[in-house]
Design a protein around this ligand. Structure first.
Ligand code: PGA
Length: 220
């Protein structure tokens, strides 16, 4: 299995021009890196245009959230069906920044089911093991993102991350996320045993993000 590197652009950039620029700079540099699966997750609004301009098979697109119903009277929501139709393959669910806005485990559970139903690959973000339902039977991608490491520049130690990876042994694909940069990226794969990374801040700087992908590519 190829390592998975997911870029979570969060609520950035603020213009379509900026989104295209970021996308094109990443695309140009990573089109020849074949041993990594790169997934870019821009804000919803940029997805249609980036899907059309994708043209590089090793860049996939993902959304940062989705609703749990496929359609209907739900003002402001985006459904998994709509994402799938656009060519999205992945969807981040339960990011701590969404949980902080009031998203509950119950809502997250419904979103995961809806995403799976539409054949999207959900990436479930957790900070503690208890956030995973014990009866979760389907194999999904987990992203371990310790709260203290998100956007703080203080990544989790390799020892602690490795322990968490061991606790999540029943999942085949577990990503690490939280203050990833080009210096520390490969250690979470090589030493802590993760199958990929969820990158926030560093994914907005093309040079740094490309370097992360290159550094991981070298150790795989
Ligand atoms: P960060 O964010 O890389 O900026 O710490 C990670 C995330 O929120 O997914």
């Amino acid at each position: 299995m190829k390592p998975l590197i997911v870029a979570n652009w969060k609520c950035n950039p603020t213009t379509l021009k900026g989104a295209k620029l970021l996308f094109d700079s990443v695309k140009k540099e990573i089109k020849n890196i074949k041993n990594i699966e790169v997934v870019l997750c821009p804000p919803f609004i940029y997805l249609p245009i980036l899907t059309v301009h994708r043209q590089v098979m090793n860049i996939k697109l993902g959304a940062q959230d989705c609703f749990w119903k496929q359609q209907g009277a739900f003002t402001g929501e985006i459904s998994p069906l709509m994402l799938k139709d656009l060519g999205c393959q992945y969807v981040i669910i339960g990011h701590s920044e969404r949980r902080a806005l009031g998203e509950t485990d119950e809502m997250i559970n419904k979103k995961i089911r809806a995403a799976l139903k539409s054949k999207l690959k959900p990436i479930l973000c957790i900070d503690k093991i208890s956030q995973i339902k014990k009866d979760l039977k389907t194999e999904i991608i987990i992203a371990y993102e310790p709260l203290f490491a998100i956007g703080t520049g203080k990544p989790c130690s390799i020892e602690k991350a490795k322990k968490m990876r061991t606790s999540l042994i029943r999942f085949k694909t577990v990503l690490y996320g939280g203050s990833i940069n080009s210096e520390n990226a490969k250690d979470y794969i090589k030493e802590a045993g993760f199958q990929g990374l969820l990158v926030g801040g560093a994914s907005l700087e093309p040079k740094e993000f490309i370097q992360i992908v290159k550094n991981v590519s070298r150790v795989c």
